[in-house]
Design a binder for this molecule. Structure first.
Ligand code: ARG
Length: 587
C-alpha cells in the first residue's frame, strides 16, 4: 500500500469515529511544504453533514490523530485544513520498507486485465517516419506501465496492409514491370523475390497516389486491384506478400533501434477472412443498411453533440475499408485473444475514425459492454516553426534519420562535456546512441500526450534540466557513487531518521512513487511518470550536493545515506525502464 493510502486510512478512521464517511480522510501531498508533508481537506467537505464549522471539525481530527507516533505534528489551519507532518522515524522506516519490497513499493493491481495496446502503426511501402514516433514511444511506455502494475499486455502494431494503397502499389509495380508473372491471370508460379525494395515502394507510392488522383481510369484500376487482392487473385497475393515482407524487415529494424518489441505482428489483412461473418453478425442488430450500393452501419445517436455519419463497412464493389478491418480486429482481439481492454495509441487526428468504429462495435453488440475500447490520441511533434516537423526540403522525416540526428547531437554534447572520452570507440558510440534515444523519448514523454511539442535536439540532449540525459546521468552517478563506496569497503545501510532537510525531502518524494505510476496508468499519460522521475532526480541532486556522503564522519549516517542513494537509484532505474529508457553502465 502507498503511504498516501495508508494515511488516508488513518485519517479515514478518525472521520469514521466521528460518524462521518471515511472518504473524507483522503490526504494529498501538501501544497505548502513549510506547513506539513501532507494535508487532509476532508473537514471542509464534511462540515455540512457533521453540522459543525469546518475549522472545528479539523481541530477535532487533528487532536484525535496528533498523538500518533507516526506523526511529528498534526495541526488544523485556515478554514478547515489539516496539516500533517510525519515523524522522521516513521518516514525513514517507510522508505526502508520500500527498499526491501520486491517491487520497490510499486503498486500492483488486484484484478489483472488482458490489455491489448495497438501502437506503432506502420504501413506497407512507407518507411517509418516522424508520424510513427509518438505512437511508438507513448504506446511502448503505456504497455510497460500496465505490465509493471501486473496486467497482461499484448502489443500489436496493426500493420496497414490491406487497404486501397495496396491496389495502388500493385498498379505501380505493373506500370514498371508489366511482363512479370504477377499480372498474368493464368500464371501460377511467381518470382521468388520481391521485384521492388522498400526504397522503390516508398518512391513509387506517392507517385501512383498522385496519378490515381489525377486519372479516374487509373483510380478505377487501383480499386479493382484492391478488390482482386482481397478476393485472392494469386498473382496479386504473391506480390502483396513480398511487398509486406520488404516493408516489415525495415520497420522491424527501426523499432529495434528504438528498443521496442511487439508480441504480435498482425495486420489489417490478418482478419480478412472474418469480415464476411462479422458483417452477418452485425446485421442482426438491424443497424446495417445499404447506401448507394455500399454497406453501412448507422452509428448516430439522438443525443450526439456532433453528428456521426454512417460508417462504411463495404464499398459498393464489396471491398473492405480501414474501419472494416478495425472492427474485425476488435472481434478477433476479444474472441480469440480474450482482451478485456483495447487501447489505440494513434494520432488525435484519427479521433473520428475511432469514434465511428467504437460506436459501431458497441451498437451492433460486437463487443461485450465490459470490454474497454479507448483511443489514446496525441498531438504532433513540431519543428521550430511550430508546424509538424519536416525536412528542410519540406519532406517527411524518416524515423531512422531522426534517430541519427539525436544521436549525433548526443555525441557532440558528450564531447563538449568531456564525457565518455577515454572509452573505446564502440562504447562511445553505444553511449551516444543511448543518450540520443533517452533524449528523444523523454523529450516526447515529458509533454502531456495531448499537447504538441517542438522537436529541439539540442535542448533534449542537455545534461541539465528536464531531459532524458539528465535522468540517465543521475542514475549513472548514483551507481558510480555506490561503486566508489564499495571499493572503500562501504555498503548501503539501513535508513535512519533524516538528518538533513534535503535528505528528508528526497525520502518524501520517494514515497509518492505509487501515485505517480497509478496516475500515469489510469490517465494513460506517461507524462506524469516522466514528471515524477524528474522530481526524484532533482531531489537526489540536492541531497547529493548538500550531504557529502563519503566524507561524512558519522559512519551510521554515512551508511544510511548510501542506503538512500541506493534506493533512489533503484527507483529511478525502474521508472526509466518503464519509460523505455536505457541507462549506460557509465558515461
Ligand atoms: N496504420 C495506421 C496509420 O498509419 C495506424 C493504425 C492504427 N491502429 C488501428 N487499429 N487503426 O494511420
Amino acid at each position: 500500500m502507498s503511504l498516501i493510502s495508508h494515511l488516508g486510512e488513518v485519517f479515514g478512521s478518525a472521520f469514521q469515529e466521528l460518524g462521518l464517511d471515511s472518504e473524507y480522510g483522503k490526504v494529498f501531498p501538501s501544497q505548502r511544504p513549510e506547513l506539513g508533508d501532507f494535508q487532509c481537506n476532508g473537514a471542509l467537505a464534511a462540515a455540512r453533514s457533521a453540522r459543525q464549522p469546518p475549522s472545528r471539525l479539523a481541530t477535532t481530527v487533528a487532536e484525535m490523530t496528533g498523538t500518533d507516533s507516526r506523526f511529528q505534528s498534526v495541526t488544523a489551519a485556515g478554514p478547515g485544513f489539516v496539516n500533517i507532518k510525519l515523524s522522521d522515524g516513521f518516514l525513514a522506516e517507510w522508505v526502508e520498507d520500500m527498499a526491501s519490497d520486491s517491487h520497490l513499493g510499486a503498486p500492483r493491481v488486484s484484478r489483472p486485465l488482458h490489455i491489448v495496446v495497438d501502437y506503432g502503426g506502420p504501413n506497407v511501402a512507407k518507411p517509418m517516419h516522424v508520424g510513427h514516433l509518438r505512437s511508438t514511444i507513448i504506446g511502448d511506455a503505456l504497455a510497460r506501465i500496465f505490465a509493471r502494475v501486473g496486467h497482461r499486455v499484448t502489443r500489436d502494431p496493426h500493420f496497414g496492409d490491406w487497404g486501397t494503397q495496396m491496389g495502388m502499389l500493385i498498379i505501380g509495380v505493373r506500370e514498371r514491370f508489366p511482363q512479370l508473372a504477377y499480372f498474368d491471370c493464368n500464371a501460377r508460379t511467381f518470382p521468388a523475390r520481391s521485384p521492388v525494395s522498400l526504397a522503390d515502394l516508398a518512391e513509387m507510392y506517392p507517385q501512383v497516389a498522385a496519378e490515381c488522383a489525377a486519372s479516374p481510369q487509373l483510380a478505377e484500376q487501383a480499386r479493382r486491384a484492391t478488390l482482386e487482392l482481397q478476393e485472392g487473385r494469386p498473382g496479386y497475393r504473391a506480390l502483396w506478400k513480398q511487398m509486406v515482407q520488404v516493408s516489415l524487415e525495415s520497420q522491424r529494424a527501426d523499432f529495434a533501434r528504438l528498443g521496442v518489441e511487439f508480441d504480435l505482428w498482425y495486420g489489417e489483412s490478418t482478419v480478412a477472412d472474418r469480415v464476411e461473418g462479422m458483417i452477418a453478425r452485425m446485421e442482426e442488430s438491424g443497424l446495417v443498411t445499404e447506401s448507394e450500393g455500399a454497406t453501412v452501419v448507422e452509428v448516430a445517436m439522438a443525443d450526439d453533440k456532433a453528428p456521426l455519419p454512417p460508417l462504411m463497412l463495404c464499398k459498393s464493389d464489396g471491398a473492405a475499408l480501414y474501419a472494416t478491418t478495425d472492427l474485425a480486429t476488435i472481434e478477433m482481439r476479444v474472441d480469440d485473444l480474450g482482451a478485456d481492454s483495447i487501447l489505440y495509441v494513434v494520432d488525435a487526428r484519427q479521433a473520428d475514425h475511432f469514434r465511428g468504429v467504437f460506436r459501431a462495435a458497441r451498437l451492433t453488440g460486437l463487443v461485450p459492454p465490459a470490454v474497454g475500447l479507448e483511443h489514446i490520441g496525441f498531438g504532433t511533434m513540431n519543428g521550430p516553426d511550430g508546424r509538424p516537423f519536416r525536412t528542410r526540403e519540406g519532406g517527411v522525416v524518416r524515423l531512422g534519420d531522426l534517430i541519427d540526428q539525436v544521436t549525433e547531437a548526443a555525441r557532440r554534447r558528450l564531447e563538449e562535456n568531456d564525457m565518455a572520452k577515454a572509452y573505446p570507440e564502440s562504447e562511445r558510440r553505444a553511449v551516444a546512441e543511448a543518450v540520443g534515444l533517452a533524449a528523444l523519448k523523454f523529450g516526447d514523454l515529458s509533454t502531456h500526450r495531448a499537447s504538441n511539442y517542438v522537436f529541439d535536439p539540442d535542448r533534449f540532449v542537455s545534461f541539465s534540466g528536464k531531459t532524458g540525459p539528465y535522468l540517465q546521468y543521475g542514475v549513472v552517478r548514483i551507481r558510480s557513487l555506490l561503486a566508489r563506496a564499495a571499493r572503500q569497503g562501504l555498503a548501503p545501510g539501513r535508513l535512519g531518521p533524516p538528518a538533513h532537510p534535503a535528505e528528508r525531502r528526497l525520502m518524501l518524494a520517494l514515497t509518492l512513487m505509487p501515485e505517480a505510476i497509478n496516475r500515469a496508468a489510469s490517465e494513460r499519460a506517461p507524462h506524469h511518470l516522466a514528471e515524477y522521475c524528474y522530481r526524484v532526480a532533482v531531489g537526489f541532486t540536492r541531497f547529493y550536493d548538500q550531504c557529502h556522503i563519503l566524507s561524512e564522519p558519522d559512519p551510521g549516517r554515512r551508511d544510511a545515506w548510501l542506503g538512500l542513494a541506493d534506493i533512489t537509484g533503484r527507483v529511478l532505474s525502474m521508472l526509466l525502464d518503464i519509460l523505455g529508457i536505457d541507462v549506460p553502465d557509465r558515461m
